[in-house]
Design a protein around this ligand. Sequence first.
Ligand code: GRF
Length: 216
Amino acid sequence: MAKLRVGILISGRGSNMAALIRAADEPDYPAEIACVVSNIADAPGLGIADKAGVATAVVSHQGYPNRESFDRVLSTTLERHGVELVALAGFMRILDRWFVERWAGRLINIHPSLLPAFKGRQVERQTIEAGVRISGCTVHLVVPDLDAGPIVAQAAVPVLPGDTEQMLSARILRQEHHLYPLVVRWFAEGRVVETDRGVEVKGVAPGGTLLFSTEP
Ligand code: GRF
């Protein structure tokens, strides 16, 4: 069966992108990475993708009169690579409504908190300041509102006394690297279905869309 063609959008180091590329290297993984697109020309992730033999492109957000014209070029770049699912992985631009509607149901993001808690930026700092004992990461469908789309899956980790933002971020990131490839696999297997209550993942046991790690 043909593999699902995934386009990954990055702006920086690209560790989630690398996790997806590694997963897609496995012969029985049902998705392939069609391209990695960055809005930042020297994003470290681009070098990792290049080395792995994945097609890369840079679409700088500068030099466009408005968000939609940038988003249209981005979209055309993805289409040129035959992309069927777009995975945001540390992509630091807010996408215009036009783009979100163009890729509706086929545009996902990973966020380092248990949404709907702690949206936006400096997420680990918000988490520690709130004093919560549990946090994690969320993969969700992207909608025009920031960090607000239907949740596909989450992975939870403890927030430990004495955690710095870096320690918490590293703990969450280890789970992100499991969760994102798993969710992309579900999309490729056609299991992810939108319902009036949100997203259902067919054929995954109840509770299977929540991972829990007690790893310190
Ligand atoms: C991750 O924490 C992800 O949840 C957030 O941005 C960060 C990207 O990290 N959206 P990386 O570039 O994948 O290493």
